[in-house]
Design a protein around this ligand. Structure first.
Ligand code: ZN
Length: 65
């Protein structure tokens, strides 16, 4: 049986399948990393130590205003 449920990525709000999605509840590794990065930055404020740069990962193709 196939689970065809879809979820909406909490970061980019794109619909994404629940099954076979290693990055759920996100649509992709990019969104997952952005969210984890933000969480880590807020949770552990370590001066001078960059885990990642979330701003550089925020390049969504559907951002066409
Ligand atoms: Zn996403």
């Amino acid at each position: 049986m196939t689970d065809r449920r879809t979820i909406r990525c909490p970061r980019c709000r794109q619909e994404t399948p629940w099954q076979d999605n290693p990055f759920r509840p996100f649509c992709s590794q990019k969104c997952q990393l952005v969210d984890l990065g933000r969480w880590a930055q807020e949770e552990y404020k370590v001066p001078g130590q960059k885990l990642m740069e979330p701003d550089n990962l925020l390049e969504f193709p559907n951002d066409n205003n």
